[in-house]
Ligand binder design. Structure first.
Ligand SMILES: Nc1nc2c(c(=O)[nH]1)N[C@H]1C(S)=C(S)[C@@H](COP(=O)(O)O)O[C@H]1N2
Ligand SMILES: [Mo]
Length: 544
């Protein structure tokens, strides 16, 4: 064994473990920030970080049976990204500790990170492989360099003077025959300790730079949409849909008939809301059609449009839940686009894809049977907000969002029923998703206390594309009593209801049920949202 190359460096010539851990973690942080900036400047968006988060959602969204997986509200998404960063930093700390004795570890481990990030970018989002690799190489190179720089600053240097023998030195052990240093070099090296201030100063500087880099990357992400939408003017609809002039009653606390855009529920799997540039966006229509075509945003807006009021509901909405809203939508009827393409006889499914890869599908009949089915570009009189699918989305009355309401619409493909499955189908949700007749009590709130005397209960009921014909209320399991119904723009929207009751002191329960325009009664058996929508009657307890 060549004696001049000891397998292990003596421990007193290594960086301390905390310093090494910090070096690795800072290196990973720098690499993530570089990945963010590089992918923004290379237009390799979404970045490695967000692509990895997205891949996580794709992979695990279905196996987490909880409905929260479909919700993925703003907080869940932030939590996912923050969690990904924290886990990465911890792995970085381990890399740093490993690098104390094995200098090749950072390069290898960071490269693995880079490959994973680039893989997620190219496979999950359609980032070009060259751009993804370039971003990964920048991130890995700079991250590894920072880790090594810090490790070097933390490494004690051998002093020139050698100490002849441990004998007689205070650290020398009389039982050194069994001590692990026995096989090491005979001489003890004196070391000059690294400057703690220089190490911490450099690490701190890199952390500040990383933070600033993430902020810059975030700002780069916000810019384009604002620039792109400045000159957009929504045309007047070719055919308007009048809102009810007045409602026969108003119960304060009941959901407004038209949900304000800012209060409209939001559900999607996208980690970073797609920023679509309307000036280059094109809606593609293809598949089993005679003449596939593409249409630009300006061309879409130039087509005759309709305005319709449609209630949109999420399949994850629990009985009594609020994942539902009613809005005025403006857009181009699907039938106009399908006519232009010439749908072939074998086509059974209208399958649509979002710019971020999410997809959904429903039977073609839903687009052609006369219900509202459109490519919508405006919501409540303004262009679609980014969160709700700018520049265009599908709105189909009577179908849950997960099978129909594709936001950031990119492609409409006509295919067979077996030809494609939407995003949620292999994740345990039904292939077909008609909205179930349902009703909700908004007033009084569950658990609240109301005043004795005449009191109005109120809420909403819906069966989009069929309409609601009756709502009944039962207090304390008493007989079902007819509620008054509000006015509606069409059968595609929910209806507000009111039931006036003389409140007597004590604890009470209230239940609500609805009947649709075809005479079907609301299903009373309780069923969870998965796989095709919750059933059961909404019941609340309150006291007077
Ligand atoms: N691109 C894309 N579109 C999507 C989704 C999604 O995850 N990605 N989710 C769908 C689901 S499950 C619902 S309920 C509706 C919600 O639309 P909203 O966010 O405008 O309320 O969008 C649908 N469109
Ligand atoms: Mo949904």
């Amino acid at each position: 064994m060549p004696s001049e190359l000891p397998a292990e460096l003596p421990a007193n010539l290594l960086p301390s473990k905390p310093a090494a851990a910090l070096s690795g973690a800072v290196g990973v942080g720098v690499a993530i920030a570089v990945g963010e900036i590089a992918s923004k400047t290379l237009s390799a968006d979404p970045s490695p970080l967000y692509s990895v988060g997205g891949a996580f959602i794709d992979r695990f969204a279905g196996s987490l049976k909880d409905i929260a997986i479909q919700l993925f509200g703003k907080n869940d998404k932030t939590a996912l990204i923050v969690g990904t960063v924290i886990i990465s930093l911890c792995i970085g700390a381990l890399i740093g500790i490993g690098a104390r004795r094995r200098q090749w570890i950072p390069l290898l481990a960071f490269s693995a990170f880079g490959v994973f990030g680039a893989w997620a970018q190219t496979v999950r989002a359609d980032v070009g492989i060259l751009d993804a690799c370039l971003a990964a190489i920048c991130a890995v190179a700079i991250g590894v360099a920072c880790t090594h720089l810090l490790l070097r600053l933390a490494t004690p240097k051998p002093a020139t003077r050698m100490v002849a023998s441990p004998k007689g030195t205070p650290t020398g052990s009389p039982t050194s025959a069994t001590s692990p240093t026995q096989s090491g070099p005979d001489e003890r090296q004196e070391v000059s300790l690294p400057s703690r201030r220089r190490f911490l100063g450099t690490a701190g500087g890199l952390i500040v730079l990383t933070y600033a880099g993430m902020k810059v990357a975030g700002a780069l992400a916000g810019e384009d949409v604002i620039a792109a939408v400045k000159n957009i003017r929504i045309p007047r609809p070719f055919r308007r849909r009048a809102l009810p002039a007045i409602q026969p009653f108003e119960v304060s606390g009941v959901a407004e008939y038209v949900t304000p855009t800012s209060e409209f529920y939001r559900i999607d799997t996208s980690l970073r809301t797609p920023n679509v540039d309307a000036s280059t966006w094109r809606l593609k229509i293809r598949g089993l059609v005679d003449t596939p075509f593409e249409i630009s945003y300006a061309e879409l807006l130039a087509m005759p449009s309709i305005e319709e009021v449609v209630t949109l509901s999420c399949v994850s909405n629990e009985v009594g839940g609020d994942l539902i809203g009613n809005a005025v939508w403006q857009g181009v009827p699907l039938t106009d686009l399908l006519e232009r393409a010439g749908v072939q006889a074998e086509a059974e499914q209208l399958f649509s894809r979002s710019v971020d890869g999410w997809n959904s599908g429903f039977p073609i009949e839903a687009a052609t049977d006369g219900r509202v089915a459109m490519v919508a570009y405006a919501m409540n009189g303004a262009r679609l907000p980014t969160a709700h699918g700018f520049p265009a989305r599908l709105v189909v009355s009577g179908l849950y969002g997960y099978v129909s309401a594709t936001k950031w619409l990119d492609t409409i493909e006509l295919t067979t029923w077996r030809g494609a499955n939407g995003f949620w189908v292999p994740r345990g949700w039904s292939k077909e998703g008609p909205v179930k007749l349902s009703s909700r009590i908004d007033v009084p709130r569950a658990g609240s206390r109301v005043k004795e005397g005449m009191f109005a209960l109120g809420g909403v009921a819906w069966s989009p594309s069929i309409g609601v014909s009756a709502v009944e209320v039962s207090i304390d399991n008493g007989p079902w009593q007819a509620a008054e119904l509000g006015s509606v723009a069409s059968e595609h929207t929910w209806v507000q209801w009111r039931y006036v009751w003389s409140a007597t002191a004590g604890d009470h329960t209230a239940r609500v049920r609805a009947t649709d325009q075809q005479g079907n009664a609301q299903v009373t058996a309780n069923q969870a949202p998965a796989p095709n929508g919750a059933t059961g009657l909404h019941q609340i307890s309150f006291s007077v």
